[in-house]
Design a protein around this ligand. Structure first.
Ligand SMILES: *Cc1c(COP(=O)(O)O)cnc(C)c1O
Length: 492
């Protein structure tokens, strides 16, 4: 017989240690508030010093514990100053949301609750269902649509590809039999995010089964080409099952002609999926409703709350119009997961029936908090503001004699390039790429690069609610200054 007094006494503090840990918690919370309040005084990004990098790489597994306060100090010194920089108003690289202090608090609450949202009957799953219903409503889907939170749009797109392939004619047999001799093919514009092709790869369809449709002059899917490609594939005995339209392409922020694609998908009897990773959030602004028209006709939609909606990472979302088809693609009946009419194991269907994860955290809480505290109107104004800042940047670029605007600005992404008649295209690629690194290392701003029609361009995505006109002007000034230094052979 053992007695509890002989045993280890749980990982919780004992007695007065609760007060010490509570004080540590308050200090850490204040540290993060101070840090967020003073973002502008910090560099956008700075590289991790070599000794700290070596510290991480050589640190042994800790066998003895340390004080939580001391651990907070390690975080403050080695992590806090050397993060990605996406919270900073000068961050314009890739497509990263800025996060909010409210989202931070919600993460704390979610971690304190430590809920598992794979299933069962409790308030957190109702919160996720509510937020999914809100998301469906915002995007013009019926309230009966199903959906779930996942890490990001990469997995949301993957889930949609799985659902679409299972929903294809005779699809159910795919789950037991695999592809056998079926040859399902799908379509997306050349500008589609790389995760769509990877979704085809992961789904076992093969990345070649995703046909890349050419673009029109405005960097949108050429729907005449789409129709021809579908016809040619049918002729060759293949089975077209899916068309993916993008709302907000990752390189230039274009919106594929969603109405036209919806029409073609309906005529052809194929699934219509939209990758709206960041662009779907433009639906928060009445100004962009028109531009997104057709999105509400999709069979499924992938998008992120962690990009333009400013929810802290990670918070991706997939919505499927037909809840039956969604569940049919993932549900399993395993006895240890059996559903009851009452008690904790009631409340089917569970979220584990709608995606590959069984254990799942409470991502929905930070989305609920963000939507509740800011409201969709204010978030819509934020979206408008980002686009206005992007238009200002485009005007500034157009007015600079040494810069070229490289693509029309539909939403919040501006692509531009340093010009110099004395340099070849290749030399200009090199110059633009080096100047972007100079600017990033200066800590003044963080644009990134992409390629348009084969040429390397500087790309600024205004996805952070903190980025204002003065911030993009500072970025352009930095680009011009480093370019001038490089041209005159001075060290950057
Ligand atoms: C960011 C992005 C993705 C990938 O989303 P993650 O949340 O990073 O997984 C997919 N498509 C588009 C258009 C994107 O901008």
């Amino acid at each position: 017989m053992v007695d509890d007094t002989d045993l280890f006494s749980s990982l919780d503090p004992q007695g007065a240690d609760w007060d010490r840990l509570r004080a540590t918690g308050h200090r850490l919370l204040d540290m993060m508030f101070d840090n967020l309040q003073n973002l502008r005084e910090q560099p956008v990004w700075q590289p991790l010093p070599d000794d700290m990098r070596a510290g991480f790489r050589n640190a042994p597994v800790p066998d003895q514990g340390m004080d939580a306060d001391a651990f907070g100090e390690v975080f403050r010194e080695t992590v806090l100053p050397y993060s990605v920089g996406n919270r900073h108003p000068g961050f314009m690289g890739w497509v990263h949301g800025g996060g909010t202090p409210v989202g931070m608090l919600a993460e704390l609450l979610a971690a304190g609750l430590n809920a598992n949202l794979g299933g069962r009957d409790h308030a957190p799953v109702e919160v996720e269902r509510m937020v999914i219903r809100w998301a469906a409503t915002l995007m013009g889907f019926p309230e009966t649509a199903s959906g779930l939170f996942v890490t990001g749009s990469s997995i949301a797109n993957f889930i949609a590809v799985i659902v679409a392939s299972r929903a294809a004619e005779n699809g159910l047999s795919l789950r037991e039999n695999g592809m056998r001799d079926r040859s399902l093919v799908g379509y997306a514009a050349r500008s589609a995010h790389g995760c769509v092709s990877r979704a085809f790869d992961l789904a076992g369809l093969g990345s070649d089964a995703l046909r890349l449709v050419p673009l029109d002059d405005s960097f949108r899917m050429d729907t005449t080409a789409l129709k021809e490609m579908i016809a040619a594939d049918r002729q060759a005995g293949l089975e077209p099952f899916l068309v993916v339209g993008t709302a907000g392409t990752v390189d230039v922020g274009a919106i594929d002609p969603l109405e036209a694609i919806a029409g073609i998908a309906a005529e052809e009897g194929v699934w219509f999926h939209v990758d709206g990773a960041f662009g779907a959030m433009a639906a928060l602004s009445p100004r962009f409703k028109e531009a997104l028209s057709g999105l509400e006709k999709a069979d499924s939609l992938a998008f992120d709350f962690h990009k333009w909606a400013q929810v802290p990472y990670d918070a991706g979302c997939v919505i499927v119009r037909d809840s039956t088809k969604h569940a049919a693609a993932f549900a399993q009946t395993l006895s240890y997961l059996s559903r009851e009419d009452r008690g904790l194991a009631a409340g089917a269907p569970w979220f584990c029936d709608l995606g590959p994860d069984l254990s799942r955290g409470f991502r929905a809480l930070k989305v609920w908090a963000t939507l509740s505290v800011y409201g969709t109107q204010r978030l819509g104004q934020m979206v408008d503001n980002c686009c206005a800042v992007a238009r200002h940047l485009a005007d500034r670029v157009a007015a600079e004699p040494t810069l070229d605007l490289m693509a029309p600005v539909t939403l919040d992404i501006v692509c531009f390039r340093l010009r110099d008649p004395a340099l070849t295209d290749e030399q200009l690629d090199h110059l633009n790429g080096e100047v972007v690194k100079d600017v990033q290392e200066s800590g003044l701003a963080a644009p990134s690069t992409t390629r348009i029609n084969g040429r390397l361009v500087i790309r600024a995505a205004i996805v952070n609610h903190r980025t204002m006109v003065a911030d993009v002007d500072r970025m352009v000034d930095a680009v011009l200054c480093f370019a001038a230094k490089r041209r005159s052979g001075l060290p950057a």
